[in-house]
Design a protein around this ligand. Sequence first.
Ligand SMILES: [Zn+2]
Length: 257
Amino acid sequence: MNQVTVTKVREGIWIFTEDAPGTAVDAYLVCGSERAVLIDSLQEATGIYGRVRELTKLPVDLLLTHGHYDHTGAAWEFAEAGCAIYMEPSDLPLLPDAKRPLNEAAVTPLKDGQIFELGGRTLETILVPGHTPGSAVFLDRKDQIAFSGDSFGSGPIWLQLPYSLPLSRFQVNLEAALEKLEEIPDLLLLQGHRNQSPRELRLDYVHDLLDTVKAVRDGSLRGETETMEAAGQVFPYAVVSHGAMLGLFYSPERIEE
Ligand SMILES: [Zn+2]
């Protein structure tokens, strides 16, 4: 069983870190005065609902940044406990990859701009399709935090998956998200795999990501094409580095739509 460490970030916010082989994965408990949410549900760890209950007795919803197995691992526990589970429905086909998959019927569709009022703390949904078609970021303006899942990567970003969006479409979504995020100059990104980044991520990281996407599109950055296997498929990818982007993985066949 992978070890899970719970760390308090500030009043009402905790990080749950699962020490999964390969890369650690993070989930976040965010509490207001009336309600709480857990953002993502780790990879293979169990007993997560119980550990949330040790920290808060408030009604809790589960918000999923996307449907990957390493973010939806304990989601079934929240379904069994009768919690509402929110995810953008485009990611439903990814759910069966989890060790104990969440039933599609347990998922409430998440919408762009959807607000979660927790009491004295509000989370705003920003959809950023790219890494997966249903990827979302949750913005806490008061605490100046964006819970970004894998949308902005965690050092490297994976946009090469067979269902990832072409870079041209990801750029449009990223620019729209950035417009909202830039309203908070001191924004801190709390992402899905903090261990993959050598430093705290701020807005400059998102700008570096945007610049890297543009550079691949205009041909000034180009990686060697290789192949990888994931989810039972073999597909080409290339990787480039620029600024804070330790690796932007993309499909050479899907740069433009
Ligand atoms: Zn992912």
